[in-house]
Design a protein around this ligand. Structure first.
Ligand code: GTP
Length: 353
């Protein structure tokens, strides 16, 4: 089976991490984030994948080449200007070789759902599109997708204070090939706002494949940290992450002092180090990050080569590549340090009162 992978977005909500690296390529438990979905798709029978790229397209080629490493055939189609989700699917379809159903994946989703079962549901119903619907506690932040008792999608309801259902679009679709060919070429088209509502208006069948497996939209720093720690802790199993009984993933020559406390699903990148008496909890340290003795890092991301100096405190923060958080700084609650910035000692402190 062939697939199209949507990886052309700029990942603005994840800045500054996405200034140098597209979101789908951010290191997530030892591999690029999208490798988890890529290998799950492979294991579900996908053999050939067209990457729909735009932002920093060359970095995808560098990371995955022709796909041999993963037992896949990978080809690339690059948009000069981002064409939106459906526009990108239409554009990438020029590189498909068959006429069968096409699996379409967002490159920034972590999902444990059964892709084979979704494809089987599509083949059985012969729908125009079969989309994975996941169940969320609070659907107000998402577009919701009500279905009939036999699984047909009734509507696409935009974000609202009173969503009609807690079923939401999970960003994994199976398209009938002719539906892709009917998307207008060469312009921006949104699948969610344009293609799917138009199909319903024309009386086409869209089927909702509802499965409440692990699902996460890795759009924000908090979600990124959550996704990586869930992978390390095994809350989501991935073909490319080995089970880890200590709740910590140490890559390559990472080093952790014996008196440091590191846990909660923390991933420590190659060449990164954690000094004596430091505490690192539920965090992501990219390659070469340095946590000096006595620093405290909780639910945060520390970029490539960035340094958190002795006595500094980070909670729910992002430190960009090669930045330095000087001794004694306290950064809390969504603070973001831009790449290369050098915060002097105690430049920032949030006092408890
Ligand atoms: P934000 O800017 O933070 O909203 O992130 P994003 O740019 O990744 O947008 P969003 O999360 O809505 O995108 C969902 C998926 O579609 C991601 O895998 C994106 O890479 C991809 N995507 C979004 N827009 C485009 C586009 O215009 N072209 C292509 N090829 N992919 C896109």
């Amino acid at each position: 089976m062939e697939a199209i992978l949507l990886v052309g977005g700029q990942g603005t909500r994840l800045r500054p991490l996405t200034i140098s690296t597209p979101k789908p390529l951010l290191p997530a438990a030892g591999v690029p984030l999208l490798e988890h979905q890529l290998t799950r798709a492979r294991d579900a029978g996908v053999t050939r994948i067209v990457f729909a790229t735009s932002y920093r397209a060359e970095m995808f080629t560098d990371a995955f080449g022709d796909g041999t490493r993963l037992g896949l055939e990978i080809v690339y189609v690059t948009e000069d200007e981002p064409l939106g989700t459906a526009g990108a699917i239409r554009n990438a379809s020029a590189a498909l070789t068959g006429d069968g159903p096409v699996l379409v994946l967002n490159g920034d989703i972590l999902s444990g759902h059964d892709i084979s079962a979704q494809v089987a549901a599509h083949r059985k119903s012969d729908a125009a599109v079969t989309l994975h619907l996941t169940l969320v506690d609070d659907a107000r932040r998402y577009g919701s997708v009500p279905t009939s008792p036999d699984g047909r999608v009734l509507d696409f309801v935009e974000k609202s204070a009173n969503p009609p259902t807690n079923q939401v679009n999970a960003g994994c679709y199976v398209f009938r090939r002719s539906v892709i060919d009917s998307i207008p070429p060469g312009r921006v088209v949104s699948a969610e706002y344009e293609t799917f509502p138009e199909l319903l208006a024309k009386g086409e069948t869209i089927v909702g494949y509802v499965e409440a497996a692990y699902w996460l939209d890795v759009g924000t720093p908090a979600a990124f940290v959550r996704g990586v720690t869930d992978l390390v802790l095994g809350a989501l199993t991935s073909p490319v992450v080995r089970a880890n009984e200590h709740g910590v993933l140490l890559q390559g020559d990472a080093s952790v002092a014996s008196s440091a406390r590191v846990g909660g699903g923390t991933a420590v990148g190659a060449g990164a180090s954690v000094g004596a008496d430091a505490l690192v909890e539920s965090s992501v340290l990219f390659d070469g990050a340095v946590i000096e003795p006595g620093a405290r890092v909780v639910r945060s991301v520390v970029g490539h080569g960035a340094r958190v100096c002795s006595g500094a405190v980070l909670e729910d923060c992002v430190v960009g590549d090669d930045a330095t958080v000087g001794p004694g700084n306290e950064l809390l609650d969504g603070a973001r340090v831009w790449p290369g910035v050098d915060l002097p000692a105690t430049a920032v402190r949030f006092s408890p009162e």
